[in-house]
Design a protein around this ligand. Structure first.
Ligand code: BGC
Length: 432
C-alpha cells in the first residue's frame, strides 16, 4: 500500500513541500494586473475609494455594524485622544440573518436597522458597516452586493446597494460600507503609533478569506480621473482566485457547497471548508483501506466535519464534543488520521503565505528594512487553528519568499482585537 502522502498526491493534493510557490505567486500577480485593468480575472480588485492618508481626530465615535459569516456584531467605536486604543462600547452579538435559514430582504435589513435604533440614542454619530462579502464599492462608500459567500441565504439583497437600502429603513442619512479586509487595513493604520510602515495589508482568514492592500492610483487602469501620484485601498476578493488546481478532495467538498465552483482559493484555506476537505480525505482513504474496518464504517456515516473538530483532533486536543474521538480509537488509526489530516492545515498556511507575499510584492513597499509592510491579520482560522502553528508557518514562509529571496521587509502586527469593527468605525468617521 502507498504511503498516506503518496495517496494524497495521487489524488492531486499538493502537500506543503510540493507547492510551487513562484508559479503561484506569479499567477496571483497576473490576475491582480488583469483585474486592475478591468479585464476578465478571477480577482475582482475592487477599488475602496479610501486611502491611508486620512487621520481620525481623537475623541471621534461611530455606530458600527459588523456582518460576518455566522454572527453579526454591533456597538459604538470610540477613538480616544493621544493614540489610545479605540474602545468598543455597548457591544452585542446576534446571529447573522440568512446564516441558518433563508430570509427575505425586509427581514435581513430589519435585523441591522434594529441595532442602529438601539445604538442611535448615543447621539448623532456616523454609521459604519463592515460588510464581509464581495460587493462593488462606490465613491460614496456604499456597496452593491455581487453574490453571497459563506452560505448566507438572502437572495433579495443581491445586486443592491446595501448601505442606502439599510439607511432608508433605519432612518439615517447614510452608512459607510467597507469590506472587512479594508476595515482591518484601516485599523492597522490607526494603530501604528510611532512605527513607520511603507504599506499596509489587511488579511482575513476566518470562515472566509480575503486581502486588501494599497495600490498606486497609476496602476488602477480601470478607473479614470484618479490623482496619478495618489494611492487607494483595493479589496482584492482573493478568495475567488481560481488559477490553482483543486485536488479530488477539494472538488468533492466544493460540490457540496451552495456556491459550487466559486471561491476556489477560499475553499482551500478558510474555516468554512477545511473540516470538510479532511472528511473527504478520510472517506476516500477509508475506501482505499487505510483505516480498520470499524473506522471505515463509522467514517462513511459522518455527514459533515467542522474545521474546529478536525484541527483539534489533529492536534490531539479535545474540547469534549469532538465526534472524531469516538470514531478513531486505536493507535494506528489515530496516527493515520493525523498523517492524512495535518497536510490540509499545512497547505492552508503555505497558500495563505504565498498569496500574502504576492500582494506584498504588488504593493511595491518594504524595500527598506526601516519601513516594512504592515500585515494585519484577523480571523479564527488564522489565530485558532491548532493542527499546525499557523501564524508561525505563515511568518516563516513570508520570511523566505519576501525577505530572504527578494529583500522585501514585512511585519505581521500583533493581533488587534475587533479590527474589522474599529476599521469600519474609522471609515465612517473619515467620511463624516
Ligand atoms: C468574502 C470577502 C470577505 C472574506 C473574509 C469572503 O467570503 O467574499 O468579501 O472579505 O470572505 O471575511
Amino acid at each position: 500500500m502507498k504511503s498516506p502522502e503518496e495517496f494524497l498526491s495521487d489524488k492531486g493534493f499538493a502537500v506543503a513541500a510540493d507547492i510551487d510557490r513562484n508559479l503561484l505567486l506569479n499567477a496571483f500577480i497576473d490576475e491582480m494586473e488583469r483585474g486592475l485593468r478591468g479585464e476578465k480575472s478571477s480577482l475582482k480588485m475592487i477599488p475602496a475609494y479610501l486611502g491611508v492618508e486620512g487621520r481620525v481626530p481623537g475623541g471621534s465615535a461611530a455606530v458600527v455594524l459588523d456582518a460576518g459569516g455566522t454572527n453579526f456584531r454591533s456597538g459604538i467605536v470610540r477613538i480616544g485622544r493621544n493614540d489610545a486604543t479605540p474602545e468598543i462600547e455597548d457591544k452585542q452579538m446576534l446571529p447573522m440573518p440568512g446564516s441558518t435559514a433563508a430570509v427575505d430582504e425586509e427581514t435581513f435589513y430589519q435585523a441591522f436597522a434594529n441595532e442602529i435604533q438601539r445604538l442611535k440614542p448615543a447621539g448623532a454619530l456616523p454609521v459604519g458597516w463592515c460588510f464581509s462579502y464581495p460587493a462593488d464599492a462606490t465613491p460614496e462608500l456604499d456597496a452593491r452586493l455581487v453574490a453571497w459567500t459563506k452560505g448566507i441565504r438572502a437572495p433579495g439583497v443581491v445586486g443592491k446597494a446595501v448601505g442606502s437600502e439599510l439607511a432608508k429603513r433605519a432612518g439615517v442619512d447614510r452608512i459607510a460600507v467597507v469590506n472587512d479586509t479594508v476595515a482591518t487595513l484601516l485599523a492597522a493604520k490607526a494603530m501604528e503609533g510611532e512605527k513607520c510602515y511603507s504599506s499596509y495589508i489587511g488579511f482575513i482568514l476566518g470562515t472566509g478569506t480575503n486581502v486588501a492592500y494599497v495600490e498606486k492610483n497609476a496602476n488602477i487602469h480601470k478607473l479614470s480621473g484618479l490623482e496619478p501620484r495618489g494611492s487607494m485601498i483595493i479589496n482584492a476578493e482573493s478568495g475567488a482566485f481560481n488559477k490553482i488546481e483543486q485536488s479530488a478532495f477539494d472538488a468533492a467538498a466544493d460540490a457540496r457547497t451552495d456556491n459550487a465552483g466559486a471561491q476556489r482559493f477560499e475553499k482551500m484555506i478558510a474555516g468554512a471548508y477545511l473540516g470538510d476537505i479532511v472528511l473527504e480525505i478520510y472517506k476516500s482513504a477509508a475506501k482505499a483501506g487505510y483505516f480498520s474496518a470499524d473506522v471505515a464504517a463509522a467514517i462513511r456515516g459522518l455527514g459533515t466535519l467542522s474545521t474546529r473538530h478536525a484541527s483539534e483532533f489533529c492536534a490531539a486536543s479535545n474540547s469534549g464534543d469532538n465526534p472524531l474521538y469516538s470514531i478513531f480509537t486505536g493507535f494506528e488509526d489515530i496516527k493515520m488520521a493525523n498523517r492524512l489530516g495535518v497536510p490540509v492545515f499545512e497547505r492552508a498556511a503555505v497558500l495563505s503565505a504565498v498569496h500574502l507575499a504576492a500582494f506584498a510584492l504588488k504593493s511595491g513597499g518594504g524595500t527598506d528594512a526601516g519601513a516594512p509592510i504592515a500585515i494585519n491579520a484577523d480571523g479564527s482560522t488564522f489565530y485558532r487553528t491548532q493542527a499546525v502553528p499557523f501564524a508561525d508557518v505563515v511568518r516563516r514562509e513570508l520570511d523566505e519568499m519576501l525577505t530572504k529571496r527578494r529583500n522585501v521587509h514585512f511585519e505581521i502586527m500583533p493581533q488587534i482585537k475587533d479590527a474589522p469593527m474599529i476599521g469600519a468605525g474609522i471609515a465612517a468617521m473619515l467620511r463624516g
